[in-house]
Design a protein around this ligand. Structure first.
Ligand SMILES: [Zn+2]
Length: 122
């Protein structure tokens, strides 16, 4: 079992991470809208094409980063839900305890090192 103070510290880390990611995602959403309006406001054909190309690239890059942020947020929220459910710190696959050192390094981890290695080798 995790010590209460370890659990509290990990929970605080996860909550801070959730806040950071939510802000990051809100920023991407705002940037996405601004980029769209910039492109539609451009009339010169050649400039339009060039701008559209770079804007599309920037949007796609943002989209990838946004998707990564959303996936991270989902993992952080799942970890917080497991804390609430009292399941945090046990491996989702084999039920073994995840060492606190691993949780400190990866607070959203839901697999022990052994299961994680097995999953990655599949
Ligand atoms: Zn396991």
């Amino acid at each position: 079992m995790l010590a209460a103070k370890d659990l509290d510290a990990l929970k605080a880390t996860l909550e801070a991470e959730r806040e950071r990611l939510a802000k990051e995602i809100a920023e991407y959403e705002r940037d996405g809208r601004e980029t769209l309006s910039d492109v539609s406001g451009e009339n010169n054909y050649r400039d339009h094409m060039a701008d559209q190309g770079s804007a599309t690239f920037a949007r796609e890059l943002d989209k990838t980063l946004e998707e990564n942020a959303r996936e991270s947020l989902a993992r952080v929220e799942a970890a917080l839900a497991r804390i609430e459910a009292g399941e945090y710190g046990t491996c989702r696959r084999c039920g073994a305890e995840i060492p606190v050192e691993r949780l400190r390094a990866v607070p959203e981890a839901e697999l022990c090192v052994t299961c994680k290695a097995q999953e990655e080798s599949l």
